[in-house]
Design a protein around this ligand. Structure first.
Ligand code: KG4
Ligand code: ZN
Length: 340
């Protein structure tokens, strides 16, 4: 191995089959993503069994393309990184078995990566000088966390959702509005034509000092509003509903992030996960960040949604800590951040 650590990373936790080659956790030589969105669209969400079968069909070609684009062969690779949780168990197993086969056959170290840690690590690719400590807001289709990143590979969860994830709420409301799947980008776009103050939807209010989130009350409020309008024969303005719903989500996320930065005395916050691509969230965080002397960082949209480059970055920092997995590594669908 020269001084550059080249990691081949594989991600298959949900509906994207992806492989990437990443050098030293920061430089992406390739990041191939085969998305199944068009297949799952007709069902209005991800169908786990269909996802696993599709991963099997494409994984070999995706890995080969990643090596080809990086102009490397397996011999040049120093370690294999793979997502082993959280995610859909059948989907995870496809990437894991493939990675384990490669690691065993090529006698390369295997590194198990937590998918959430991968989302956080996307920021190390985008911002070459970024170093812990910082606060990270992870907002995706399956997860909503505020994390204090103490060091590379060291995390403290400060707040999390008690029910739906932020992206899940976007997807459910988009479905109720007939906008299709995935709902986040559709609501983001439609909300630009609406008035965010048109309808006052509730913000979850816990009676303790928690920085946790809840989006199920908001979701019910929007669905009840839609029902009421329908039953009374009133016209609905979808753009106003999208904008008002989005404002409720963005307000809560922003407030809790700023509070966390103050508690932890940190002046840097990074955003991660599919919902980090949301324009209202970006704008609101930048505005509130400026007012509070906090720098707000985002990865490029392609690094926000599921991809293997972020897994390759996290794998590097785990590898540097000597955290190499054994060949009997298993998929952990409910893997927690920081759990090994
Ligand atoms: O991180 P990701 O690709 O997959 C998971 O690990 O869950 O996130 C997908 C989620 C979906 O719920 C999608 O609706 C949401 O991210 N999303 C957005 C936007 N782009 C994707 N939500 C709000 N605004 C967006 N622009
Ligand atoms: Zn994800």
């Amino acid at each position: 191995m020269d001084n550059n650590v080249k990691i081949l990373a594989i991600e298959s936790s949900c509906d994207e089959t992806s492989a990437a080659v990443v050098v030293n956790g920061r430089e992406v030589l390739s990041n191939i993503i085969s998305s199944q969105i068009d297949i799952h669209k007709k069902f209005g969400g991800v169908v786990p069994e269909v996802a696993s079968r599709k991963h099997i069909e494409v994984i070999n070609a995706v890995v080969e393309e990643a090596l080809e684009e990086a102009k490397l062969t397996l011999k040049d690779i120093d370690a294999i990184g793979v997502t082993y949780g959280p995610g859909l168990v059948g989907a995870l197993l496809v990437g894991m078995q493939y990675a384990k086969g490669l690691a065993y056959g090529m006698k390369k170290p295997l590194i198990g990566v937590n998918h959430i840690e991968g989302h956080i690590s996307a920021n190390f690719i985008e911002h070459k000088d970024l170093k812990p400590p910082f606060v990270c807001l992870v907002v995706s289709g399956g997860h909503t966390f505020i994390v204090y990143v103490k060091d590379f590979g060291e995390f403290e969860v400060i707040g999390q959702t008690r029910d739906d994830a932020a992206g899940e709420a976007y997807d459910k409301i988009a479905r109720a509005l007939g906008l299709g799947y995935p709902g986040g980008p559709k609501i983001d776009k439609l909300a630009k034509e609406g008035n965010e103050n048109a309808i006052k939807f509730p913000r979850a209010n816990f009676h303790d000092d928690t920085l946790d989130f809840s989006f199920s009350g908001l979701k019910s409020a929007v669905l009840n509003y839609l029902n009421k309008m329908e039953m009374t024969g009133k016209d609905i303005n979808k753009a106003d509903i999208a904008a008002s719903f989005q404002k409720a989500v963005v307000d809560v996320l922003t407030n809790n992030v700023i509070k966390t930065c103050k508690i932890k005395e940190v002046d840097k916050v990074a955003i991660a996960g599919g919902v980090a691509a949301n324009s209202a969230l970006r704008n609101n965080l930048i505005k509130e960040g400026k007012e509070n002397g906090i720098e707000v960082l985002f990865p490029a949209p392609i690094l926000c949604t599921d991809n293997a480059a972020m897994i390759g970055s996290a794998a590097y920092f785990e590898f540097m800590k000597g955290r190499v997995a054994s060949i009997d590594l298993n998929a952990k669908p409910n893997l927690k951040l920081g759990e090994r």
